[in-house]
Design a protein around this ligand. Structure first.
Ligand SMILES: [Ca+2]
Length: 583
C-alpha cells in the first residue's frame, strides 16, 4: 500500500469560495490515482472552529460546511473506491474542540452526564493564589491547564487551550469513540489514521513533571500511559470487525515502544507514524532549528528499518501537514529538481508503506511571509511571541520561515493560472509565488519533473517484489553525503544510492553488494564468473567486471546508461543524484 495525504482546506476548491472542499477532491481523484498510490488519508474534514485547523473537532459525525456535506463525502468515497483507492479518515480522540457539545455540557457543572468526559481538577491554593493542579505545559501554548469559572476547576489541554483532553478512563468516552469508528466504517471508510494516539491514557495521579524543557513537562505521564494498550485493544476489536486499517501517530515513541503496539499477536495498530525521521534538522520540535545532519537522518531511518525488521511494518514519510516542506529541510533549493526527486526515492523505496503529502510530489517549498500577522499556525504564533523576543524582527521571522506548519498549508499548485489553479477566487491563504514553475500541469508535461519521478518511484515499488517485501541493509553508514541501502528478496538485490551533496561525489559500490550476487539474467554468466573469481581470489581486481542494471536515476533521460558495465570502478554521483541499481 501507499497513501496520499489530503489537507483539504488547501487541496482544491470546487465551488469557488477560496477554500478547498470535497467537490475539489472529487475532481482530482484521477490525478491521485495516476500518481500511483493505493489510498488517501484525509486530515480532519469534520466541523471545527479551526483553532488547530480541523484537529479540534466539534462534531465527529458530520462534514465541515466549508468542505461540503455527508452526501459529498459519500460521492468521493464511492469514486475513490471505483478507482481502487482506499480512504482513511483522521480519528482525533485525544481531545475535542472546546466548542464540542460534550465540553460545553461538561463545563456546566459536576453533576451532568458529560461531567467526567474531560480531565477536570480542583485548583491548588498557595498563599491564596489559585494555581493549576500540576506544572505541566501544553505542547502548543503555555500551561496545560485552563480555569473554568462555572465549574471552579481546571481542565487539561495537552495541546491548545481550545483542545480539551478527553478522559479516556471513562468507559462512556471509549464507547463514544467506538461509535464514531462504526459510523464511518459503516459508510465504507477503510480505516483511520489516529491522531496523537499514544497520548490518550494519562497517569491518573497527574504528578508534576521535571521542569526541564517546558513543552514536554509532564510528557512522561501521558505518553504511552498506563492504560494505552487496553484502550487500543478495545478500538482494535471494532476495526477488526470491518477489516479496517489503523495507523497511529506517535510523536515520542521509540522503536521498542512502538513494538508493543504494532508487533506480535497482541498488536493493536497496523503501523505507527514515528517522528524520529523528522528530527534531522531540529531538536524536539521544528522551531528549535539545527543544521541538517544526514547521519542523524540515516540513523533514524535504519533504526526503524532494522528495529521493526520482520516483526512489524514501517510507515514511511518525510512530509505532512505538521512540518515545513522537506525540500527546504533535507534538500536544496539550488538543486530543486534533483533534491526533490532524490528525496522521493530515499523514503519510498525503503521497506514499509509510504505516505506522500499533497504538493510534496511537485516539490512545493516553504513560503516566507513578511509579517507574523500573516501566519495562521497556532504554534508559530506562540513561538514568535514567546521565544527569542529580543532578537531583531528579521531574525525572528526567519525562524518562523524555516519552522512554520503554514508552509505545508499553502494552496496546492495545480497550474500557472491565477491562484495557482487552486480556486477561481482569492484563496483563504497565501499561494507560494513559485507556482508559475512549480505546478502539477507543467510538471505533468515534463518527463524529468519531480512529479513524474514520484510516479516512477511508486510504479517501480509496486512492480517489484523486492521493494515490497525485501529485506533492508544499509551501507556507508558513516558517510555525511551518501545514504545507501539495499533491498534483497530471493535472488534479486536492489541498491538505492542517494547523494545529499551539493557537489559531485565519487564512490564505489560496496563489494558486499556485488559479491553475494546470484543474478541469472543475460549478464548472469559474466556476473557469475566475477562472483566465483572474486570468491576464489583467482583473478586480480582489475580484471573483474560486474554488471548492474540502472532501473531509476533522477538525472533522467540525460542518463542514457541503462547498464553499468563495470561496477568495480568508482561511480560519480551528481549533486543530489539518486541511482537505483539491480543485480
Ligand atoms: Ca470551496
Amino acid at each position: 500500500m501507499s497513501f496520499y495525504q489530503i489537507w483539504i482546506r488547501s487541496f482544491a476548491d470546487g465551488n469557488g469560495d477560496g477554500i478547498g472542499d470535497l467537490k475539489g477532491v472529487y475532481e482530482k481523484l484521477d490525478y491521485i490515482r495516476d500518481l500511483g498510490v493505493d489510498g488517501i488519508w484525509f486530515s480532519p474534514i469534520f466541523p471545527s472552529p479551526n483553532a488547530d485547523y480541523g484537529y479540534d473537532i466539534s462534531d465527529y459525525k458530520n462534514i465541515h460546511p466549508d468542505y461540503g456535506t455527508l452526501e459529498d463525502f459519500r460521492r468521493v468515497l464511492d469514486k475513490a473506491h471505483s478507482l481502487g483507492l482506499k480512504v482513511l479518515l483522521d480519528l482525533v480522540i485525544n481531545h475535542t474542540s472546546d466548542e464540542h457539545p460534550w465540553f460545553v455540557e461538561s463545563c456546566k457543572g459536576k453533576d451532568n452526564p458529560y461531567s467526567d468526559y474531560y480531565i477536570w481538577r480542583d485548583p491548588v491554593f498557595k498563599k491564596e493564589n489559585r494555581l493549576p493542579p500540576n506544572n505541566w505545559f501544553s505542547q502548543f501554548e503555555g500551561l496545560a491547564w485552563e480555569y473554568n469559572e462555572t465549574r471552579g476547576q481546571y481542565y487539561l489541554h495537552v495541546f491548545a487551550r481550545k483542545q480539551p483532553d478527553l478522559n479516556m478512563d471513562n468507559p462512556k468516552v471509549r464507547e463514544e469513540v467506538k461509535n464514531i469508528m462504526r459510523f464511518w466504517l459503516d459508510m465504507g471508510v477503510d480505516g483511520f489514521r489516529e491522531d496523537v494516539i499514544t497520548y490518550i491514557s494519562k497517569d491518573k495521579r497527574l504528578p508534576d513533571g521535571i521542569p526541564f524543557i517546558p513543552a514536554i513537562n509532564g510528557l512522561r505521564f501521558y505518553n504511552e500511559g498506563p492504560n494505552l494498550h487496553r484502550f487500543l485493544s478495545e478500538f482494535r476489536e471494532v476495526a477488526l470487525g470491518y477489516g479496517a486499517v489503523q495507523i497511529g501517530e506517535a510523536p515520542n515513541t521509540s522503536v521498542a515502544g512502538a513494538r508493543k503496539y504494532i508487533a506480535g499477536p497482541d498488536r493493536v495498530l497496523d503501523m505507527m507514524i514515528q517522528f524520529e525521521t523528522m528530527m534531522a534538522d531540529c531538536f524536539l520540535a521544528d522551531y528549535i532549528h539545527l543544521p541538517f545532519s544526514l547521519r542523524k537522518l540515516k540513523r533514524a531511518f535504519s533504526r526503524w528499518q532494522y528495529g521493526l525488521g520482520d516483526d512489524a511494518w514501517n510507515a514511511l514519510y518525510l512530509e505532512n501537514h505538521d512540518h515545513p516542506r522537506v525540500l527546504n529541510r533535507y534538500g536544496s533549493l539550488d538543486h530543486w529538481r534533483a533534491s526533490g526527486s532524490m528525496l522521493a526515492a530515499c523514503f519510498i523505496l525503503q521497506r514499509g508503506t509510504p505516505f506522500i503529502y499533497q504538493g510534496q510530489e511537485l516539490g512545493m517549498t516553504n513560503i516566507a511571509l513578511d509579517s507574523i500577522e500573516k501566519y495562521n499556525d497556532v504554534v508559530s504564533i506562540y513561538a514568535y511571541h514567546h521565544f527569542h523576543t529580543r532578537e531583531k524582527e528579521e531574525k525572528r521571522l526567519k525562524r518562523i520561515h524555516v519552522s512554520s506548519r503554514d508552509s505545508a498549508r499553502t494552496p496546492m499548485q495545480w497550474s500557472a493560472a491565477d491562484n495557482a489553479g487552486f480556486s477561481a477566487c482569492k484563496p483563504w491563504f497565501y499561494v507560494n509565488p513559485n507556482y508559475k514553475t512549480v505546478n502539477a500541469e507543467s510538471e505533468d508535461r515534463d518527463p524529468e519533473s519531480i512529479l513524474n519521478f514520484y510516479r516512477q518511484c511508486l510504479a517501480l515499488r509496486k512492480s517489484s517484489e523486492t521493494l515490497l517485501k525485501g529485506s533492508y541493509r544499509e551501507y556507508m553508514r558513516r558517510s555525511r553525503h551518501i545514504y545507501m541501502f539495499e533491498r534483497a528478496y530471493r535472488d534479486e538485490r536492489i541498491l538505492v544510492i542517494c547523494s545529499f551533496s551539493e557537489k559531485p561525489v565519487s564512490l564505489r559500490i560496496p563489494r558486499a553488494f556485488l559479491l553475494k550476487n546470484r543474478a541469472k539474467t543475460d549478464s548472469g554468466a559474466a556476473v557469475q564468473k566475477a562472483y566465483s573469481s572474486a570468491a576464489e581470489g583467482m583473478e586480480s581486481e582489475k580484471k573483474r567486471t560486474m554488471q548492474a542494471e540502472v532501473i531509476l536515476d533522477n538525472y533522467g533521460t540525460s542518463c542514457t546508461v541503462k547498464m553499468m558495465s563495470d561496477c568495480l570502478k568508482p561511480v560519480v554521483l551528481q549533486p543530489y543524484e539518486v541511482k537505483v541499481l539491480r543485480i
